[in-house]
Design a binder for this molecule. Structure first.
Ligand SMILES: *[C@@H]1O[C@H](CO)[C@@H](O)[C@H](O)[C@H]1NC(C)=O
Ligand SMILES: *[C@@H]1O[C@H](CO)[C@@H](O)[C@H](O)[C@H]1NC(C)=O
Ligand SMILES: *[C@@H]1O[C@H](CO)[C@@H](O)[C@H](O)[C@H]1NC(C)=O
Ligand SMILES: *[C@@H]1O[C@H](CO)[C@@H](O)[C@H](O)[C@H]1NC(C)=O
Ligand SMILES: *[C@@H]1O[C@H](CO)[C@@H](O)[C@H](O)[C@H]1NC(C)=O
Ligand SMILES: *[C@@H]1O[C@H](CO)[C@@H](O)[C@H](O)[C@H]1NC(C)=O
Ligand SMILES: *[C@@H]1O[C@H](CO)[C@@H](O)[C@H](O)[C@H]1NC(C)=O
Ligand SMILES: *[C@@H]1O[C@H](CO)[C@@H](O)[C@H](O)[C@H]1NC(C)=O
Length: 645
């Protein structure tokens, strides 16, 4: 009797801890309650015996009381079988089960990793998911190990995360398209990579509407997984190597077309590339693909549509001492195009170098990053290009199976090849590798994701709380947590509206459990008032030119008084590397009411040619929507160079 009572008690506790799930139907032995019991081993399955109950199937999660929610989570069955994985779905909410409101629709990828279907926050007691198809179209089945929900954030004090937007592919690389949509890709399959497949699956995300458009990029014969990426003088993406290790693909910013560029001289994967002060593209390293070792520099010139080897741009001085050997030692260089067609390599090796890209190229040491250890998969961001300031944070001594660190450094670069100064700063709150960084319009650096112990395709030891580095106080503020782990293959980009797009992680097959085919967007606190309402943004009413040469004059009219200005170059991100983003603070040379006149810095090493976002910030720090400004190398400086050379 006593034993019976104890069992009953345990059963009740179990129910209270779980979620109340009911379903349209269930097979014997796989009841609806399995999808709410918090035990990933057990799962609900729609009825398949003695007869198959056909699709659609539904499941209702009853939260017991009205709750402020912004998403449903779905963990597919975890027994190694994919049968019943939900494909297309409709999600509705209700306060009373009489009236249902559709909050989102979509399709889940066919793998066993946890999924999220986010929607605008609503107050509801019931969430209903209706499965319209089976993800692999294998049969009239639906199954679920667990359903869950996301409580919507209520505070805006430290900014706020969006719902988790489900995506059709796992994203490993992204860049901004002209106008502000995000173009992203992984490899040849939605959930995995492997081999040179000659095409790439992509998705374009409209952050304003939260909608995605899929496309297969086959025009250039290039599986672009694990590439180098740079945005050129037109804002066109130059995507190099990766699984098809020699290919160059150009996504023309003007026409949107994909054009096959010339093959690189050296096949590469995990190389970094960087736009140069003359608009050309430099790349170095990349032993992950196309053979190992000897991956010296080369550069691409769009005027001649040719790569030329830079035999003097030696890779050896920038190698880390990775336990994985040369396969890892030349990966993910922290490259910054700079004055006089130089590239500054700030890491991840503790050694720093200057690379000249003229003639046959050359390399000279730029010293070491103070007492820094090698910092593979750490971040480096030029938050003030005018002053040559680069902030670095985290990383690990080897690519994998080691602790990440929390060290931060401030590097100040001047005229190459002068040795830069390096200051050691207060550490991040968390140790991180595989994290990402984004410089905000106000110069603060947003650091997000990563794990404390570096292991590709693992969500163990994930850091869910971003931190914000303030260059004035040189301290960190810990920010609200996001929902999804963002480690190996995660990315982050600044959007034209001052929010931060984050995505990716995984791409390791149907049963690895760590694919994250979704997007989360962070709204920094500057977008809110002290009472949590959306702040009124200043508006850029007119701009004298949308294309301007370095050193040129720009006149901008706003609707209200502006306190500070910045230009931030469009970003591209993969594997923690974003060599395109950099911020240049601007100070007006004249102010007349709300008409502001600027003279752009005259050095195209600071103002790399390409697309930049112009932000105007009011006295409360609220940024405008950015205007896109194309910065060009002046005709004058081109002429002068011809005369000199
Ligand atoms: C579980 O949900 C169903 C359907 O909403 C409801 O009828 C039932 O009362 C709930 N059970 C508990 C224990 O809350
Ligand atoms: C989860 O379910 C499995 C299968 O019924 C069972 O063996 C296991 O003990 C359960 N785990 C927990 C924590 O209840
Ligand atoms: C259920 O809720 C909806 C929306 O709040 C309301 O319009 C409707 O009258 C309610 N129905 C019942 C039967 O309470
Ligand atoms: C599901 O059953 C319907 C008939 O009820 C059939 O037309 C359809 O092909 C089945 N779908 C799959 C994936 O087997
Ligand atoms: C930029 O686009 C223009 C017009 O399409 C083209 O003539 C020029 O070659 C492009 N420049 C680069 C660097 O691609
Ligand atoms: C891309 O590389 C593949 C080999 O990986 C090669 O067969 C193909 O010709 C290349 N495409 C172009 C357009 O050069
Ligand atoms: C560049 O390298 C080539 C081939 O190694 C050599 O012939 C040439 O002299 C070099 N040019 C310069 C300017 O060093
Ligand atoms: C940085 O990490 C080290 C080692 O984990 C830790 O001891 C230290 O407290 C961290 N620094 C800060 C500022 O949290």
């Amino acid at each position: 009797m006593l034993i019976f009572v104890n069992l009953l008690f345990l059963t009740i506790v179990h129910l209270v801890q779980g979620l109340n799930v009911t379903t349209s139907d269930a097979n014997s032995g796989n009841p609806a309650s399995n999808a709410g019991d918090g035990n990933a081993t057990t799962f609900w399955h729609s009825q398949y015996s003695p007869t198959v109950v056909p699709l659609p199937h539904w499941a209702i999660v009853d939260l017991g009381a009205d709750t402020f929610i912004n998403g449903l989570s779905y963990l597919p069955r975890q027994d190694g079988n994919l049968n019943g994985n939900i494909g297309q779905y409709i999600i509705e909410t209700s306060t009373n089960t009489s009236t249902w409101t559709t909050v989102t629709t979509g399709a889940f990828m066919d793998d066993n990793s946890k999924k999220y279907a986010g929607f605008s926050a609503v107050t509801a007691r019931y969430i209903r998911i209706t499965a319209l198809t089976e993800a692999g179209n294998r049969g009239n089945w639906s199954s679920a190990a667990e359903f869950g929900y996301n409580a919507a954030p209520t505070s805006t004090n430290l900014g706020q995360w969006s719902p988790v937007y489900n995506q059709p592919i796992t994203i490993a690389a992204s860049y901004l398209l002209p106008g502000g949509n995000v173009f992203s890709f992984g490899s040849f399959k939605p959930d995995t990579f492997g081999g040179a497949n000659g095409f790439t699956l992509s998705v374009t995300f409209n952050a304003v509407t939260g909608t995605s458009t899929q496309a297969t990029i086959s025009q250039t014969g290039h599986d672009m997984f694990c590439p180098g990426m740079s945005l050129d003088a037109n804002g066109s993406a130059i995507v190099t190597g990766g699984d098809d290790a020699s290919n160059t693909s150009i996504n023309d910013a003007v026409t949107g077309d994909w054009i096959a560029g010339p093959l690189m001289n050296i096949p590469r994967g995990y190389q970094s590339s960087a736009a140069l002060s003359n608009g050309q593209i430099f790349t170095i390293g990349g032993s992950w693909s196309g053979g190992r070792g000897g991956k010296n520099g080369e550069k691409y010139d769009s005027a001649t549509n040719a790569w030329s080897l830079l035999s003097g741009a030696l890779v050896a001085p920038m190698l880390t001492a990775d336990a994985g050997g040369i396969f890892r030692q030349d990966n993910h260089g922290w490259l910054f195009g700079w004055k006089n067609e130089y590239v500054f390599q700030a890491g991840p090796s503790s050694a720093m170098n200057w690379y000249s890209t003229t003639g046959n190229g050359s390399q000279v040491s730029a010293g070491t990053r103070a007492a820094a250890v090698d910092s593979m998969s750490g971040i480096a961001v030029m938050y003030d290009a005018v002053a040559g300031k680069i902030f670095t944070a985290g990383g690990s001594t080897s690519y994998q199976d080691v602790d990440a660190h929390n060290e931060t450094y401030l590097i100040t670069i001047g005229t190459p090849p002068a040795v830069p100064t390096v200051a050691t700063l207060t550490s991040m709150t968390y140790t991180r590798a595989f994290h990402n960084s984004v410089v905000l319009p106000n110069g603060k650096v947003f650091i997000t994701g990563g794990q404390t112990y570096a292991v590709p395709f693992s969500d163990l030891n994930s850091i869910f709380t971003p931190e914000l580095w303030d260059p004035v106080t040189q301290t960190f503020t810990v920010l609200p947590a996001h929902v999804v782990p963002r480690n190996y293959h995660s990315i982050a980009l600044l959007l034209l509206d001052g929010r931060v797009y984050t995505s990716g992680g995984g791409l390791c097959g149907t049963k690895c459990g760590t694919n994250h085919p979704d997007v989360e967007i962070y709204s920094p606190s500057y977008l809110f008032t002290s009472t949590g309402e959306l702040a009124t943004r200043p508006v850029i009413s007119s701009i004298s030119a949308t294309s301007i040469a370095v050193g040129g004059t720009l006149t901008v009219v706003t609707d209200s008084e502006i306190s500070s200005w910045s230009l931030i170059r469009y970003g591209s991100a993969t594997h923690t590397v974003n060599t395109d983003q950099r911020r240049a603070p601007l100070t007006p040379t004249a102010t007349d009411g709300t008409t502001y006149t600027f003279v752009l810095p005259s050095d195209s090493g600071i103002m790399l040619p390409g697309l930049w976002m112009l932000f105007a910030l009011n006295s409360a720090g609220v940024p405008s929507l950015a205007e896109t400004v194309k910065v060009t190398v002046s005709e004058q400086s081109k002429v002068r160079k011809l005369e000199l050379g």
